[in-house]
Write a protein that binds this ligand. Structure first.
Ligand SMILES: Nc1ncnc2c1ncn2[C@@H]1O[C@H](COP(=O)(O)OP(=O)(O)O)[C@@H](O)[C@H]1O
Ligand SMILES: [Mg+2]
Length: 276
């Protein structure tokens, strides 16, 4: 039988120093869907998300126990290639984090890390980036890297807005555009899973709507896990919801049930807006 779960977590526990912040979390996150993680601030949502691509352990005081499987592979095995894992499991943070480089370079970044060379080529990177080619030239280029940059920007619904300034600094974009650029950068390396940690919390309602529409579109192709403190957002975009409370995943289920007929009293109180 085909495995429809992209992500399986079993008895996951996390400590910061001696403080246990995730307690025995077990969940299966369905493939090609949007899962929203909700819960009060400090309940462990970010910690959980960051355990899924092992970015969590960049903090030396963290201790992790339990099992995380992605597409059947146990990611906490010592043989796991972390660069490959983080390619497969891309991440977008709360405040947009473009590099202080051109828009083009931001999207091409992951390919560069993966060792892809522009123009199959002998040309050094700086030469490619210094050529101020027009949008037309880049869009019609046969070069692999150009194709990836153009397609990723299109997929992230940003191409039209930035095509005539691909060589200018990404830091000049608005917050909402920067966030879509970070999504373009993540999808340029063909991930399977996209993790987003409150990606809209610093954005205005129009940019938020654009990101939500984008995520709905991308969920055809990617498994998306998004932390959000916005219950309306969770309702609008998610297929499934995991509710966190004090380091436990109290309930996981289809969004409609979580909102209309949750099994747990705590979930009911939270989605009813009684605390949080
Ligand atoms: N880097 C850290 N060092 C120590 N404790 C942390 C760190 N990050 C988070 N915590 C603690 O872990 C718990 C869960 O935090 P977090 O995962 O950020 O929750 P959420 O994303 O739901 O707000 C909180 O008690 C928080 O104070
Ligand atoms: Mg958080």
């Amino acid at each position: 039988m085909k495995n429809n779960y992209t992500l399986e977590v079993k008895n996951l526990q996390v400590w910061y120093e001696d403080q246990q912040v995730l307690k025995q979390i077990s969940v299966k996150i369905p493939k090609g869907k949007i899962t929203a993680l909700i819960g009060a601030s400090g309940s462990g949502k970010s910690t959980f998300l960051r355990s899924l691509n092992r970015i969590l352990e960049t903090n030396p005081v963290v201790k992790i126990d339990g099992l995380v499987k992605i597409g059947g592979q146990k990611i906490y095995e010592p043989t796991t290639d972390l660069i490959e894992l983080r390619r497969k499991v891309g991440m977008v943070f709360q405040s947009p984090t473009p590099f202080p480089k051109s828009i083009y370079e931001n999207v091409a970044f992951g390919l560069k890390v993966a060792g892809v060379k522009p123009n199959q080529s002998k040309k050094p990177w700086w030469q490619i980036f210094e050529q101020k080619r027009t949008a037309n030239e880049i869009e019609n280029s046969e070069d692999f890297m150009d194709k990836v940059v153009v397609n990723s920007l299109k997929e992230a619904a940003l191409w039209k807005e930035v095509k005539d300034r691909l060589h200018t600094s990404a830091l000049k974009l608005s917050g909402g555009q920067q966030q879509r650029l970070c999504i373009a950068r993540a999808i340029a390396v063909q991930p399977e899973i996209l993790l987003l940690d409150e990606p809209c919390s610093a954005l205005d309602p129009i940019s938020t709507k654009k990101i939500e529409e984008l995520l709905l579109k991308l969920s055809d192709k990617y498994t998306i896990v998004i932390v959000t403190h916005n219950l309306h957002q969770a309702k609008r975009i998610s297929d499934h919801i995991g509710f966190f409370h004090l380091g436990e995943m109290i309930e996981f289920g289809e969004s409609q049930y979580i909102f209309e007929k949750p099994e747990q009293k705590l979930t009911k109180e939270y989605v009813g807006g009684h605390f949080g």
